[in-house]
Design a protein around this ligand. Sequence first.
Ligand SMILES: [Ca+2]
Length: 422
Amino acid sequence: MRFAPVRRWKSAAVPLKGLMAFVLLGFLLAACGTGGDPVLVQQSPTSASSSTTTTTTTIETIAVVETTLPSLDVGGFAPVSTVPVDTRPIVIYDTDMGPDVDDVLALAILHNYAGQGLIEIGAITVSRNSVPGARYADVVNTFYGRPDIPIGIHKSSYVKFDDSTLFTAKADSWSHELDTAGLEDGFKVQRRVIADALEAERDVIVVQTGFSGNLADLLKSEADDISDLNGIDLVAEAVSVLSIMAGSIERNMVEFNVERDIGSARYLFWKWPTKLVLSPFELGDQLHYPYSSITSDYNWVDRHPVREAYEYKNLTWHRQVPPYYDMKSWDLTSVMWAVEQDSPRFKISEAGLVTVGEDGRTAFRPGEGNGQRQDYVLDRSNEYSEQERQAIIDEMVDLVSFQPQPDLERDPAPDPADQDSE
Ligand SMILES: [Ca+2]
C-alpha cells in the first residue's frame, strides 16, 4: 500500500479503471477456486479473455477487461504497473523455506508485486537440501497462479532440519506439480535465470532470506554450458542489487541465517560484486505481523498456504499472543525493500561495508568499501517512530493478504463448469 514504484519505472499510460479491473479480475478468479484445492490467480491475457468483453491496451502484453466487475477494495495498492512484461526486473528469491514462516509471507508479497506488474519472479532457490521446502515454495507459486517458476535446492548443504516437524510437511496435502527428481542445484537455476536476463538486457534483483550456500556456489561457479561468464562476472553484469536478511548490527550476537552456514556467508559477503542492502535482525525483530490478520484476512478461501504455514506450529521465538503469535517479520523487509527501493518507508544507512567475522558476527563499517561494492543497512527499528513502524506493518498486512471484497467472499464459488463455458 501507499508506496511509489521504483522511479525507473515509467508512470501509467493505461486508464486506471481498466488497470484496476485487471487486478480485480485476477482476484475474482482466485475467489472462484473450488473446495480445498489451491486456487489460481490467472494473470495472463488468456485468462483475462475469459470475460465477455476485453480490450487490449497500448501495452500489448496486458489485456484489460472493460466490464462491470464488482468493485473490490484494493487497499492502498499502487495500480498495476504499465511496465512492459519484458522490461520488468527479474527477482530471484533465495529462501530457507521451512525453519520459520516469514519466508512464506515474503513469497506471497513477491506474488503480489508480480501481480501488480512490478516484477517478474525468475526463480525460487531453497538454501537447504530440502525437497519439502521446494515443494512448499511450489505450493505457494501454484496457489498464486504461477506453477512454472523454476525452483532449485542447495544439494550440498550441510544445514539440517527435519522437515517432518516443519510446515513444509504440509506440502503433501496440496495439489501441485513439481518434478522433485529433476530438481537442480540452486546456483545452476540462478545462473540460467541471470544469463537469460543478461541476454535480454533485463535487470536482476536477488533477495536472500536464508542461508548463503546457493549464492556462494553461484559466485564460485565457472563458465559452463549456461554462460561463458563465471559466477562473479555474471552477477556483476546483470544483478543490480542483493537485498539480504542476515546478521545483526546492534547486538553482539550471531544471527541465525549466518550461524547455520558461516562459511558460505563469509564467502558471499567477501565476494559479492554489486550493491548489497542488509536487513539486520533488529529491524524485523520489531515488526510484528499481527496474528489477528491471519485469523481474519485469509478466510476468503478454504485453504490458504500462508495461514496454514503460520498456524502449523507455535513458534516460541515469535510468541506474543498465545496460543499463536504475532510474527517477527524479518524476511518480509528484504522482499519489500528489493521492490520498493525508492520508497521512504524504510530508512537506509550511508554507504559502507558489511563484514562477517570467523565467528559469524556481522559488522557494518560506514564509509568503507571493498573495491567492488559498497553496502547499506536498513536502519534499525529503534530509529523509527511508533507511527512509522505501524505504517510498515500495515503495508505488510495489505501486501500479504490481498483479497476480494466481502461481497465476493459471501458469494458461493461459481460452478467450475460455468467458467469453462466461455
Ligand atoms: Ca528465512
